[in-house]
Design a protein around this ligand. Structure first.
Ligand code: NAP
Length: 254
């Protein structure tokens, strides 16, 4: 058995999509705390992204903020390239960027459907494709996709979102099989209800209904997703691939 000292990610380079706010922000901070150099991707929230970088640097870490709409194939390729160029490689990709456009199907527009698929699912393909090219040569990689219990259980009013999140689960398993021989692991985290801006758009009544089906009886914190990401990115998780880890207070129990 190899000897491992700790969970630390010293010398590793990470790219976290949608890291200006919410779960992505917590993931970027945690990976940096564990020693990784981090690209903090954002689309619109430049001030928030720069604040994440400032926080990381204030604690002695290395980070850069890079604007890119990851639903756009070319922008996603440039984002990965900028990480490799700036930090000399890429070891950990966290596909986290995501949006909701909740609506019953009778009222859902084609635009609401496409925006959610492109931002949540196509972005996962866009960034993974660029990262895998580099990781294959390096014979090392960790890809972690932030999916949702909505992709496992379905959620009324979220056909677009649930489909995109279920798509990420299938993508995770298929890619895990494709790249395992090159020492690249691909896993997903199915997040439950986490205290971020997305959660705060849910009406109070629906929030109470959601809380009532969580065995642990509370919403999760972004840091609780970040700790799981750090574990899946670590050497200790080397024998885990193609898995979807529920971090949901026991809500889905697949
Ligand atoms: P959030 O607080 O709304 O943050 C979303 C992040 O995604 C922001 O940093 C945003 O950046 C970024 N983003 C959105 N569109 C983007 C694009 N086209 N290109 C690049 N970045 C983009 O959401 P969150 O709750 O942290 O969600 C993060 C992920 O966790 C999502 O994939 C979501 O589906 C998943 N998740 C969340 C929950 C939950 O309860 N919160 C549960 C399950 C799964 P800008 O502000 O710069 O645009």
């Amino acid at each position: 058995m190899p000897e491992y000292e700790s969970l630390r990610l010293d010398g590793k380079v990470a790219l976290v999509t949608g890291a200006s706010r919410g779960i992505g922000r917590a993931v970027a901070l945690e990976l940096a705390r564990q020693g990784a150099k981090v690209t903090v991707n954002y689309n619109a929230s430049i001030k928030a992204a720069e604040e994440v970088v400032t926080l990381i640097k204030a604690h002695g870490g290395e980070a850069q903020a890079v604007m890119a709409d990851v639903s756009n194939f070319n922008r996603a390729q440039e984002l990965v390239k900028s990480t490799i160029d700036n930090f000399g490689g890429l070891d950990i990709l966290v596909n986290n960027a995501g949006i909701t456009r909740d609506m019953l199907i009778m009222m859902m527009s084609e635009e609401d459907w496409d925006a959610v698929q492109n931002t949540n699912l196509k972005s996962t393909f866009n960034c993974s494709k660029a990262a895998v090219r580099h990781m294959m040569r390096k014979r090392f990689g960790r890809i972690i996709n932030i999916t949702s219990v909505a992709g496992q259980m379905g959620n009324a009013g979220q056909t677009n979102y649930s489909a995109s999140k279920a798509g990420q689960i299938g993508f995770t398993k298929a890619l895990a099989r494709e790249v395992a021989a090159r020492n690249i692991t691909v896993n997903g985290i199915a997040a439950g209800y986490i205290d971020t801006d997305i959660w705060n758009t849910v009406p109070e009544e629906a929030q109470q209904a959601a809380l009532s089906i969580i065995p642990l009886g509370r919403k999760g914190q972004p840091e609780e997703i970040a700790y799981a990401v750090a574990f899946l990115a670590s050497d200790q998780a080397a024998y885990i691939t193609g898995q979807i880890l529920g971090v949901d207070g026991g809500m889905a129990m697949m």
